[in-house]
Ligand binder design. Structure first.
Ligand code: DGJ
Length: 765
């Protein structure tokens, strides 16, 4: 029977289901935003409005002013196919269409949110779609997803299955999104949308954010600005293959987002439920900054493992020793890092495999036993070293993968993704292959990799979970032949199963998501992870761009940013240690180099920088981000800051990106401060201990800092000399000459701003 749950239910069961069906309109609201849906029983569900918050008694005004629409909220192929369809199902009798009408509407309080459930049924076929809108009550974020099921006699084939759809009026609309490649992932791109289609997608879902990222912002009234303008943000919480499509016409812009249907047709059995991933949306009247801050808060509160816990400062062994792992070397790195003030050591690739020793990237994945030659004392020896040096210990794994040169492959060739009657494709090192995570036995194996390590060595505090291959072969030995097209979806269901089990058993373990660099930065994987590896490119100059892009959607607490060697291993660029630290200190600070290669002067600086970061860590990791000058605007400088929620403390960063004599450098106006408060400025990372910058210890009001700003012109000019001072001992004259030639005269500042007890709180050097 089609019905609305009636309003009187509220009177008797105040916490139970309630109905909001004012004249058939359903209001889905967060503190500052609303969606209006028209949900009249027996009719199509309509989407009317998404924007600033609307109260119940204002709905009719929105309609009178007609700022909205009256279009299908979840367009289906066949009957509501306007410009786009979000769901396409083929029934067993060959009928390709759906005709969905509203059956029931419910609104329920759930933790920190209100969940609206709209049940839609096909007029003829026993086919049901439940559409959900979860509106957070402390953050402007609405998640939407659907559950599709049917009771037809035979399977129905789903050809499209999007998580959500909405539309906006076509104006001067611009999109901001992230695009890249290995070593240059998630670079920000902005463009005006013209008639046609803009697609953000990934096809195989393994390394799903190396090129595109399933996130976007839409500025609906002109070129996007940082702190003003109406901007809508969206992200798909799925670590597999995805497709986000903007369909633009003269009058409107349709947006659909979901799993990529390409090569993923899904055979839905009777009574089976297909749940799509969540698509999260936010809307801000304070520009891109407002959208980013909403994503960051939502991430920290709901979408990130341990989002409210400070992250340790770590040293990762990769760029320091690569595969040359051994007990003495690891012990020495731990000792050196501990002396610098570090808190956690992570041994990267190269520690495992006995029959086949992992000495290069071409063997041993799957053979997760300690290499006895390299590490005769085993993991125990490493944990003992960590204890001795008073730091925590973590290690690298790549549990979804194997190599043709491995004991695992010899034992279980049937566990590998492979197409029937075709040669096996291989990735990294010409031997890397991907495990078939659709297979429950393989899921058990992957779980056991972590479980065994944790059972034997419960002191392991951290694991870096890598994945260095896309899916090379479209074939699962486990899935039945009529369900091979489920591969991309079932793989990620399998992965999520494993991650659920790991999180249930090891809730304290800190996990980093890595996929050949920044290939897994998305809200599908983050709930299981504490952070992500932002990119294999650790060049601080390029990182300013890269981290800027990532910061549009993902919070600093999760953004692993490591200080690496000079010259940089990826770009060959020389940059001063101070610049490298000032860039890394705007994310989750870490190091990735051989500390013993540093001069005494560099070590002394590093100690001070690490100590300074400990002081500002809560502001960076839990504060609100204000981006001030974008590196993408080519003004020669970039600047950003984090402000504590109480606005009593903030950290300001400025980077000089290139240098010309007498170049014009804009004043930088701060943001997010309290205009009434006075702030003392403290130079966090002066090159020499007793020579802070000229702003050091100045007391300036929030009003002046925000309205007039500070002049970078004089502050950033002499960095080149400090570069020489810090590097003179490690590089010889020839290298120095080369460096000078290539060097872009970059310089940087990190400044702490604080209000009360200024002297006491100051970071002491
Ligand atoms: C790729 C990662 O991005 C690197 O940081 C490193 O862990 C290597 N894999 C190890 O093989």
């Amino acid at each position: 029977m089609r019905k609305f749950i009636c309003l009187f239910v509220i009177c008797f069961l105040p916490i139970a289901t309630t109905l909001r069906a004012w004249e058939g309109n359903v209001l889905v609201s967060t503190p500052n935003t609303s969606i209006i849906l028209s949900a009249t029983e027996g009719q199509q569900l309509r989407f009317s409005y998404f924007g600033e918050r609307v109260e119940e008694d204002q709905i009719h005004q929105v309609f009178d002013a007609w700022t909205g629409f009256h279009r299908p909220a979840y367009p289906v192929f066949g009957t509501s196919t306007y410009e786009i369809s979000a769901l396409h199902a083929v029934h067993a009798d060959g009928n390709q269409t759906l005709d969905l009408i509203v059956d029931q509407v419910e609104q329920n309080p759930v933790k920190d949110a209100v969940l609206t459930t709209i049940t839609m049924k096909d007029r003829i076929y026993p086919f049901t779609v439940k559409m959900y809108y979860k509106a957070y009550q402390h953050i402007d974020m609405i998640e939407t997803w659907v559950e599709v099921s049917h009771k037809e006699k035979k399977a129905v084939v789903l050809k499209r299955f999007d998580s959500g759809h909405f539309l906006i009026r076509r104006g001067d609309v611009w999109i901001s999104s992230l695009h890249g490649h290995w070593g240059a992932e998630n670079m920000l791109e902005e463009e005006k949308l013209t008639n046609g289609q803009k697609v953000i997608s990934n096809k195989d879902g393994m390394v799903n954010t190396e090129t595109d990222n399933p996130s976007f912002m839409l500025s609906i009234d002109g070129k996007p600005q940082e702190e003003y303008g109406h901007i809508l943000g969206g992200t798909l919480a799925w670590t597999g293959n995805y497709l986000l499509k903007m369909d633009i016409t003269n009058t409107k812009l349709n947006i659909i987002a979901g799993i990529n249907e390409e090569n993923s047709h899904y055979k839905l059995e009777s009574k089976e439920t297909f749940k799509t991933p969540e698509f999260a949306m936010t809307y801000s009247t304070s520009g891109k900054g407002g959208v980013s801050r909403a994503f960051h808060r939502w991430a920290r509160m709901y979408k990130l493992s341990h989002g409210n816990v400070e992250r340790d400062i770590l040293l990762n062994s990769w760029e320091g020793v690569y595969f040359k792992v051994n007990q003495e070397g690891m012990d020495q790195m731990m000792k050196s890092f501990s002396a610098l003030g570090g808190e956690l050591f992570v041994m990267d690739d190269g520690w495992f495999g006995n029959k086949y020793s992992r000495d290069r990237g071409d063997s041993s994945l799957g053979d997760w036993t300690v290499n006895k030659k390299k590490l005769p004392l085993g993991i125990e020896g490493l944990i003992a070293s960590a204890k001795k040096h008073k730091i925590k210990f973590g290690l690298w794994i790549e549990p979804e993968m194997s190599n043709t040169k491995s004991e695992l492959f010899e034992k279980h060739p049937e566990w590998i993704l492979q197409c029937k009657n075709r040669p096996l494709s291989t990735g990294r090192g010409g031997t890397q292959i991907v495990l078939d995570l659709t297979n429950p036995e393989v899921q058990d194996f992957v779980f056991s990799v972590i479980d065994n390590l944790m059972t034997h060595y419960p002191e392991i505090a951290y694991m870096k979970w890598d994945a260095n291959s896309c899916m090379l072969d479209y074939g699962s030995p486990y899935l039945p032949k009529e369900k091979q097209s489920h591969l991309y979806i079932e793989y990620h269901r399998g992965l999520n199963n494993v991650l659920e089990r790991i999180r249930a058993k090891y809730p304290q373990l800190i996990l980093q998501a890595c996929a050949g660099g920044g290939g897994r930065i998305n809200y599908g994987i983050l709930p299981y992870f504490d952070e992500f590896w932002t990119s294999d490119d650790t060049d601080a100059l390029q990182r300013v761009y890269l981290q800027w892009g990532v910061s549009c959607f993902y919070p600093a607490i999760a953004m692993a940013a490591h200080v690496s060697a000079d010259k940089n291993h990826q770009t060959g660029r020389y940059l001063p240690l101070k610049f490298r630290f000032d860039v890394a200190m705007s994310g989750r600070l870490g190091m990735e180099m051989q500390p013993e290669d540093m001069t005494e002067a560099d070590k002394e600086f590093t100690q001070r920088a690490i100590q300074a970061y400990k002081g500002i860590r809560p502001i960076v990791q839990f504060g609100d981000l204000y981006r001030l000058i974008s590196p993408y605007e080519n003004k020669g400088v970039a600047s950003l800051m984090y402000v504590a929620p109480e606005k009593d403390r903030a950290v300001f960063y400025a980077y000089k990106m290139n240098h010309f004599i007498n170049m014009t450098i804009p004043n930088v106006k701060m943001n997010g401060l309290d205009p009434q408060k006075k702030y003392q400025l403290i130079d966090l990372t002066p090159l020499s201990k007793n020579k802070p910058c000229s702003l050091h210890n100045k007391i300036i009001s929030g009003k002046i800092l925000m309205e007039k700003g500070i002049a970078l012109q004089t502050l950033l000019k002499n960095e080149y000399y400090s570069l020489r001072a810090s590097r003179s001992k490690i590089i010889n004259k020839k290298l120095m000459k080369m460096a000078t030639k290539n060097f872009s005269w970059s310089s940087a500042f990190s400044i702490l701003l604080c209000t009360q007890n200024i002297k006491k709180e100051s970071v002491s050097f």
